[in-house]
Design a binder for this molecule. Structure first.
Ligand code: XMP
Length: 213
């Protein structure tokens, strides 16, 4: 069965990050890295990690089209699987990323898992999702700790892949997120702070396999 866990390895030490990636790679769909890792380890950490696993760069890019294009050109040379971008700034910016992406997939943020997102971003989820479908991004981000919102987004996702953070440390459960429409669950602190990260993910994989049978 295809693995459903994206390990958000928000580590700032390159050796620790590479070691954990090597240990965990067969248990996960992809590794996700974010600004703390890239700022600490340098942008080439993307190509280093890509030797072992699919890499999703969670940059939440949110700039004008020309800047987005420049960012994508730098990132794509390092061979990541996908890049996460914000979508609220408009589809011209998303299209610029996609035009420059070559084989890199674009994942757009539809709504966020933090509490504050309910005030500004999350009420826009329908409009954002419809626009992202029109430009045919590969995937979207929807919260894995708000099952009602996740379910609503999943109903309307058509062919887009849903990646759901907000699992573990932010309260969501991997199985409940998948049952409510997520295609992949993003898990960070609960994995890398675990004393046995590989076993921890194996246990989650076993729980996921049970609901798939
Ligand atoms: P934790 O430790 O909370 O890590 O499991 C989650 C990772 O995912 C990022 N994150 C989000 N990214 N939309 C996103 O695009 C969200 O709603 C969201 N919530 C968490 C977080 O920065 C960390 O890297």
């Amino acid at each position: 069965m295809e693995k459903k866990v994206v390990a958000s390895l928000d580590l700032t030490d390159r050796e620790n990050l590479l070691n954990l990636t090597k240990k965990i790679k067969n248990e996960i769909f992809a590794v996700k890295i974010n600004w703390p890792t890239i700022l600490s380890c340098g942008v080439d950490v993307i190509s280093d990690l890509s030797q072992y696993a699919r890499v999703i760069c969670d940059l939440k890019i949110a700039d004008i089209p020309n800047t987005n294009r420049m960012i994508m050109e730098i990132i794509r040379e390092r061979g990541p699987f996908a890049v996460i971008a914000h979508s609220f700034q408009g589809m011209d910016s998303i299209k610029a990323l996609m035009d420059a992406s070559e084989s890199v997939k674009v994942i757009g943020v539809v709504s966020m898992s933090n509490q504050g997102a309910s005030r500004y971003l999350n009420p826009l989820h329908d409009r954002i999702l419809n626009d992202l479908k029109e430009v045919s991004v590969y995937g979207i981000i929807a919260p894995g700790n708000d099952y009602e919102l996740l379910g609503e987004i999943a109903k309307n996702k058509d062919g887009l892949k849903i990646f759901s953070p907000g699992i573990g440390a932010q309260g969501g459960s991997p199985v409940s997120a998948l049952v409510n429409g997520a295609d992949y669950v993003i898990i960070g602190r609960s994995i890398y702070n675990s004393t046995e990260p590989v076993n921890y993910v194996r246990t989650i994989n076993e729980e996921i396999e049970k609901i798939s049978n």
